[in-house]
Design a protein around this ligand. Structure first.
Ligand SMILES: [Zn+2]
Length: 263
């Protein structure tokens, strides 16, 4: 299956000296069409494109382009961009560090589901697995990861899901699926609600299990388990137990979480 990952690149390490970043200010959506037409007509390839959306009638764009086929001095691009479109009101080169890292300072902060978001690459965040295990031992480390997930799950429900007023357990699960995939946390594969006292959900690409694959030999979705507990307890207003009965690290294609209501 071909995958189409969403790129979040506030910066990029450039591959060639022809790569240039440009920060633009645009007063209308037509600026995007004018920009792309200009780049296309001048044989300039777009490597990356990101924008802020409109705030008070203005939007900021960050584009990284490959200027190898542009024979005039690169500075001309800024002037030409402003002349090809009335919608483009400002254009300047993005900062470069170390001669190769191009980034933008104009797209900040990040907004995720209407609230400020921060992004940690998994290869950085997974440090917490090691630190919890090394400092507190396997059982205590696992328990701390669970409680960390639980605390997140409680707020996840209260602040992201509850305001959307799910009308049923099924609708709650669908809202959860939409959030998890858009936040890059995991992909729901399927679920089953057994009447009244039990349900299960299966997720592919659970980030923590994926990063622990090959390193542990038991289900590894501890923060996910905690998070689901916090979410379902919030919705049901009732204690639940969540156990991970199948996991990527054990060779399954998805992680299966069983949610049981505590009587
Ligand atoms: Zn798992």
């Amino acid at each position: 299956m071909t995958i189409f990952p969403k790129l979040h690149e506030g910066f990029r390490i450039c591959d060639s000296p022809g790569e240039v970043g440009i920060d633009l200010v645009m007063s209308s959506i037509t600026g995007i069409a004018d920009l792309m037409k200009y780049l296309d007509e001048n044989g300039i390839k777009v490597i990356h494109f990101d924008w802020s959306g409109f705030v008070n009638g203005e939007s900021r764009l960050f584009v990284i382009i490959d200027t190898r086929n542009y024979k005039k001095p690169k500075e001309n691009i800024l002037r030409e961009l402003k002349s090809v479109s009335r919608a483009i009101t400002e254009a300047e080169f993005s900062p470069v560090v170390n001669g190769k890292l191009i980034y933008t300072r104009s797209l900040f902060p990040l907004l995720v589901s209407q609230s400020r978001g921060i992004i940690l690459p998994v290869e950085v965040a997974e440090g917490m697995f090691e630190i919890f295990k090394d400092h507190f031992g396997d059982d205590m480390g696992t328990s701390m990861l669970y409680h960390l997930g639980y605390a997140v799950g409680v707020r996840f429900y209260e602040r992201l899901l509850k305001p959307l007023e799910p009308n049923s357990l099924e609708e709650l699960i669908q809202l959860l699926d939409a959030h998890l995939i858009s936040l890059g946390i995991g992909v729901m594969k399927d679920y089953y609600i057994e009447v009244d006292d039990k349900l299960w959900l299966r997720f592919e690409r659970v980030w923590e299990c994926e990063s622990l694959k090959g390193k542990v030999n038991k289900p590894a979705g501890h923060t996910s388990r905690g998070m689901l507990s916090g979410i379902f307890e919030g919705y049901l207003d009732h204690r639940v137990v969540v156990s991970e009965t199948e996991c990527l690290v054990l060779g399954y294609d998805a992680c299966k979480f069983e949610v049981t209501y505590l009587k």
